[in-house]
Design a protein around this ligand. Structure first.
Ligand code: 1BO
Length: 317
C-alpha cells in the first residue's frame, strides 16, 4: 500500500476504511474484516457514534496478532460541540477511551462550524455558536497542545475551504497536516487541490463513491448518481473492474488519501484491490471532464435562516 510521509517519518496509507454511517454492530465487523484483508488505516469520528465498536475491533486485531498497533493509522475528529478550548481535551480523551488507544495518529477539526456543548445536530438556531464566539484559532491552539503533549501524532482539519486554511496557516504554530474534504469526479475541487499542494497540506477524499447511502434528508431530489455514471462504467468495463474501484483508483492517481466506507465484506476487499488498478492518461482525462461542482454533503440544515453559517461562507473561496 502506498503511503504519504510526514516530516517525523510517519507513513499514512493512502487507502483507508471509512466508518461514517456504519450502523451499530456493523462497524465492528467491518473494521475486523478490513484489518484481516490488509487495510492499515481506519477513519473514525466521535459523531459517527461507533468508536467503541471500532475500538473493540482494533483491540481484538492487536491481541490476536492480525495487526500491530504501530502499523495501523487511526484518524478521528473533534465534533462541532467541543470547539471551545476547555472541551477539546476531554473530547479527545473520550475518543481515545472508546477506541482503546493511548494516542491517535491524526485528529481533525471535523467542521469549521460550532454548536453548543452537548449538541450533536442542532434542533434550533439557539444551538449554533458563531466562530466569533469560539474562534477556529483557539480550537486549533488546543489541538496544537494535544500534539505537543503526545496525545495525537498529527493534527488537521476537515471541510475547510482555502480562506479558512490560510487563516490557520497565518495564526497557528503548526500548519494543518491534513484537510479531509468531499472529493470525487463530480466535485473535483481543482483550486483547493492546487492550494493544498502549494502549502504541502495533504488531502483526504471522503464520499469518494458519491455517498449514496446518506440519510434521505441529506439528499437533493435531482442529484446525479455518481456510481451510475456511464463514463465511469465504460472505464470499469474496459479494465474488468467495478465502478467503485475506478473511483477509488482515480482518487489515488490524484495523490489524495481516500476512505471508502463499506460494511460488506466483498466490497471492503474489492475496494482495497482498487490500489492495484492502473488508469490510463486517457481515463484520467475522461474523468476530469465529468466535474459538475456537485457537492453531495451540503449540510443545508446548518445554514438555515438565523444560523451564523452560510453555504457561501462554508464552501466559497
Ligand atoms: C456529519 C458527518 C459528515 C462526514 O464526516
Amino acid at each position: 500500500m502506498e503511503t504519504i510521509s510526514f516530516e517525523n517519518g510517519d507513513e499514512m496509507p493512502l487507502l483507508g476504511l471509512g466508518t461514517w454511517k456504519s450502523a451499530p454492530n456493523a462497524a465492528y465487523e467491518a473494521v475486523k474484516t478490513a484489518l484481516e484483508v490488509g487495510y492499515r488505516h481506519i477513519d473514525c469520528a466521535a459523531i459517527y457514534k461507533n468508536e467503541a465498536e471500532v475500538g473493540d475491533a482494533l483491540t481484538d486485531a492487536f491481541e490476536t496478532g492480525v495487526a500491530d498497533r504501530e502499523d495501523v493509522w487511526v484518524t478521528s475528529k473533534l465534533w462541532n460541540d467541543a470547539h471551545a478550548p476547555e472541551h477539546v481535551r476531554p473530547a479527545l480523551e473520550q475518543t481515545l477511551h472508546d477506541l482503546q488507544l493511548d494516542t491517535l495518529d491524526l485528529y481533525l477539526i471535523h467542521w469549521p462550524v460550532a454548536f453548543t456543548h452537548g449538541t450533536d445536530y442542532p434542533a434550533s438556531t439557539d444551538e449554533f455558536v458563531s466562530l466569533d464566539e469560539v474562534p477556529l484559532a483557539d480550537t486549533w491552539a488546543a489541538l496544537e497542545e494535544l500534539k505537543a503533549d503526545g496525545l495525537v501524532r498529527h493534527i488537521g482539519v476537515s471541510n475547510f475551504n482555502i480562506p479558512k486554511l490560510q487563516h490557520l496557516i497565518d495564526v497557528g504554530d503548526v500548519t494543518p497536516e491534513m484537510n479531509q474534504i468531499e472529493l470525487h469526479p463530480y466535485l473535483q475541487q481543482p483550486d483547493l487541490l492546487s492550494f493544498a499542494d502549494e502549502q504541502g497540506i495533504p488531502l483526504t477524499a471522503y464520499s469518494p463513491l458519491g455517498s449514496g447511502d446518506r440519510p434521505d434528508e441529506m439528499k437533493a431530489d435531482d442529484e446525479p448518481v455518481l456510481m451510475e455514471d456511464p463514463t465511469i462504467h465504460e472505464i470499469a468495463d474496459r479494465h474488468d473492474a467495478s465502478p467503485a474501484q475506478v473511483l477509488i483508483s482515480w482518487a489515488l492517481h490524484r495523490d489524495t488519501v481516500v476512505i471508502p466506507k463499506s460494511t460488506t465484506p466483498s466490497h471492503i476487499r474489492d475496494n482495497l484491490a482498487a490500489a492495484d488498478l492502473t488508469l490510463t492518461d486517457a481515463d484520467m482525462d475522461a474523468i476530469a471532464a465529468l466535474d459538475k461542482d456537485r457537492r453531495y454533503l451540503q449540510v443545508a440544515d446548518w445554514t438555515i435562516e438565523g444560523s451564523p453559517y452560510t453555504q457561501a461562507g462554508l464552501w466559497g473561496e
